[in-house]
Design a protein around this ligand. Structure first.
Ligand code: BG6
Length: 500
C-alpha cells in the first residue's frame, strides 16, 4: 500500500476529533437520582479467561448466575434478576463519571476535543422504560453534561441506546422479543430529542446493532434455530424503532444528523480456496451488510431471504414496518473498528476471538493482550468498502487499544503502545479520505478509562486519561493524563498532520 505522505495528509477543515464513552461503562451512580436498573447492573466482572455472569434469585429463592454473553443473560423460568451480596458489579461504579463529569470534560477540552460521544442511560430517563413521564433528575443530569460540553466548544454525539435496555422491560415484557419495545424506545427517543433539541445535533440510534447477529454466529450454536429466530426478530423490532426515531428526530429538528452504528469488523478469506472466498462474502452479508442495508437503504437486502431460510426464520414484519424502514433511513454511517478477522471453511485452524466475533488467526497480524487482531489497513479497507456501498458521510465512532497500563513511581503513565496503535489507524483514515471517502469524524474508544463491556475489567484500559480504580472498585478515582493524552492533543491541534 502506498503510504500517505505527511505533507499531503489532509483531514477536512472541520473534522470532528474526539473520544467516546458509554453511560453504563463510565457513569456509575447506578441507583442514584431515581435511575432504574439495566442488565449491566446485575452483571458481574470477568476477564479474558472467565466470562461475565448475570445474577438472579430462582423461583425457590436460591441465588444463581447465568453467562451474560452468548446466552444473552437469559435466566431460568420463574427467576428474577438480582444484585447478590457477595458479588461485585463493576458497572455500579464505572469510573464515576456521574460525579466527575466536569473535570472529565475539562480534560477532554484540554486535549482539544471537538466532539464527545457519550450515551444516555435509558433507565435514568425512564426507570422502568414504560412510564409516560420521564425522571426529571435524569433529564437534568444530561442537560448539565451537554451544557458543560458547549461551554468548552465541544459537540455531543449521543448514543440513544448502548446495550442498556431497562431491566424492567427485560423482565416484564421479554425485552426486544416484544414488539411493544418499539413504542417505548420511540417515546424515550422523542423525549430526549425534544429536551436536548438545541444542545445536541449528532445522534446514534443503537450502538453496534449488528452484535445480535454476531452473537448468533459466535454462540448461537449450530442448529439452534430458535436463537436465530429470536435474534433476527429482535433486530427487526430495533430496525423499526431506529427508523421511527430517525423520522421523528428530523421532524423535531431538521438539523439533526442521525446515524446508525455498526460493529465494524473487516473480514478476509483465510485462503484463496473459493469455499473460503464465498464464506467470507456471506460473512460480510450476515455480519455487516444486513444491518447497514436496512438502516441506510430502508429495506431488507436480497440475501436476507437466504439468511432466514438457512435457519428457518419467519419474521413478524407488517406493511407499516416496511413503510417506517423506508422513511427512516439514517443520515450518516458510523461504526466501531478495532480489528479484522479471517473466515475459513477449513477445520483444525487456530481460532481467535474478540469483539463479538471469532475467526481464524491471521499470520500477518499481531494480537492484543485480549486477542484482538491489530490491523489498521483493515480500517482503510472497511471505510472504502462501505463508502462505495452507501455513499453517506461516515464517522469512526470507536477505535482503540485495551491494554495494561503501569503507573510509575512519579505517577506518570507511559503508554507508547497506545500511541503506536493510534498512529497507523489515523494514517489509514487519511488514506481513505485521500481515496474519496467522506469521513467526518473520529471518536476514539474510552478516552477516559472505563469498564470493559466484554470482560467487565477496568485493567483493560483504553483511555488517554487514567482513572485510579481497580477491578474491585478500590482507588481514589483520581484522573491522570497519560503520555497519549499529550500526543492526541498534538494530533488534534495539527488536524492530523503531526502524528510523531
Ligand atoms: C464495543 C462497544 O463493542 O467495543 C463498547 O461498543 C466496548 O461498549 C468496546 O467497550 C470495547 O470492547 P471491550 O469488551 O474491550 O470493552
Amino acid at each position: 500500500m502506498k503510504a500517505v505522505n505527511t505533507m499531503t495528509r489532509q483531514f477536512p477543515k472541520n473534522f470532528l476529533w474526539g473520544g467516546a464513552i458509554a453511560a453504563n461503562q463510565a457513569e456509575g451512580a447506578w441507583n442514584e437520582d431515581g435511575r432504574g436498573m439495566a442488565k449491566t447492573d446485575v452483571t458481574t466482572g470477568g476477564s479474558v479467561d472467565s466470562p461475565r455472569y448475570v445474577t438472579y434469585i430462582d423461583k425457590d429463592g436460591n441465588p444463581g448466575k447465568a453467562p451474560a454473553m452468548g446466552h444473552n443473560g437469559v435466566i431460568p423460568e420463574g427467576a428474577h434478576y438480582a444484585v447478590l451480596e457477595d458479588e461485585y458489579y463493576p458497572n455500579h461504579l464505572g469510573v464515576d463519571f456521574y460525579h466527575h463529569y466536569k473535570e472529565d470534560i475539562a480534560l477532554l477540552a484540554e486535549m482539544g476535543f471537538k466532539v464527545f460521544r457519550l450515551s444516555i442511560s435509558w433507565s435514568r430517563i425512564f426507570p422502568n422504560g414504560d412510564e409516560k413521564e420521564p425522571n426529571q433528575k435524569g433529564l437534568d443530569f444530561y442537560r448539565r453534561v451537554f451544557e458543560e460540553c458547549h461551554k468548552h466548544g465541544i459537540e455531543s454525539l449521543v448514543s440513544i441506546w448502548h446495550f442498556d435496555t431497562p431491566l424492567y422491560l427485560e423482565e416484564h415484557y421479554g425485552g426486544w422479543n416484544n414488539r411493544k419495545l418499539i413504542d417505548f424506545y420511540v417515546h424515550y427517543a422523542e423525549t430526549i430529542f425534544k429536551e436536548y433539541r438545541d444542545l445536541v445535533t449528532y445522534w446514534l440510534t443503537f450502538n453496534e446493532i449488528n452484535n445480535t447477529v454476531m452473537f448468533l454466529d459466535m454462540f448461537g450454536g449450530q442448529g439452534d434455530d430458535k436463537a436465530f429466530q429470536e435474534g433476527y426478530q429482535q433486530l427487526h423490532y430495533q430496525f423499526v424503532a431506529s427508523a421511527r426515531a430517525v423520522k421523528l428526530g428530523h421532524e423535531i429538528n431538521p438539523n439533526f444528523q442521525i446515524g446508525n452504528m455498526i460493529c465494524g469488523i473487516t473480514f478476509y478469506p483465510a485462503t484463496c480456496d473459493p469455499h473460503d472466498v464465498l464464506a467470507n462474502r456471506h460473512k460480510w452479508e450476515q455480519g455487516i451488510y444486513y444491518c447497514g442495508d436496512v438502516q441506510v437503504k430502508g429495506k431488507y437486502p436480497t440475501f436476507s431471504k437466504r439468511l432466514w431460510k438457512e435457519h428457518d426464520v419467519h419474521l413478524d414484519i407488517t406493511e407499516q414496518d416496511e413503510k417506517d424502514l423506508a422513511e427512516g433511513t439514517v443520515d450518516m454511517y458510523t461504526f466501531s473498528y478495532y480489528m479484522s478477522n479471517n473466515v475459513t471453511t477449513h477445520t483444525g485452524v487456530e481460532q481467535v476471538s474478540g469483539n463479538f466475533s471469532t475467526g481464524a488467526k491471521n499470520p500477518y497480524l499481531t494480537y492484543s493482550d485480549w486477542g484482538w487482531g491489530l490491523d489498521p489497513i483493515g480500517l482503510q479497507y472497511y471505510l472504502e468498502k462501505m463508502y462505495d456501498r452507501y455513499e453517506l458521510p461516515m464517522m469512526v465512532v470507536e477505535n482503540g487499544l485495551g491494554a495494561f497500563d503501569t503507573v510509575e513511581e512519579d505517577g506518570s503513565i507511559h503508554d507508547q503502545y497506545r500511541i503506536d496503535y493510534y498512529r497507523p489507524h489515523i494514517e489509514a483514515m487519511a488514506a481513505a479520505i485521500e481515496n474519496g471517502v467522506d469521513l467526518r469524524g473520529y471518536t476514539t474508544w474510552g478516552c477516559i478509562d472505563l469498564v470493559s463491556a466484554g470482560t467487565g475489567e477496568i485493567r483493560k484500559r483504553y483511555g488517554f486519561i487514567y482513572v485510579d480504580v481497580d477491578d474491585k472498585g478500590q482507588g481514589s478515582l483520581e484522573r491522570t493524563p497519560k503520555d497519549s493524552f499529550y500526543w492526541y492533543k498534538k494530533v488534534i491541534a495539527s488536524n492530523g498532520r503531526d502524528l510523531d
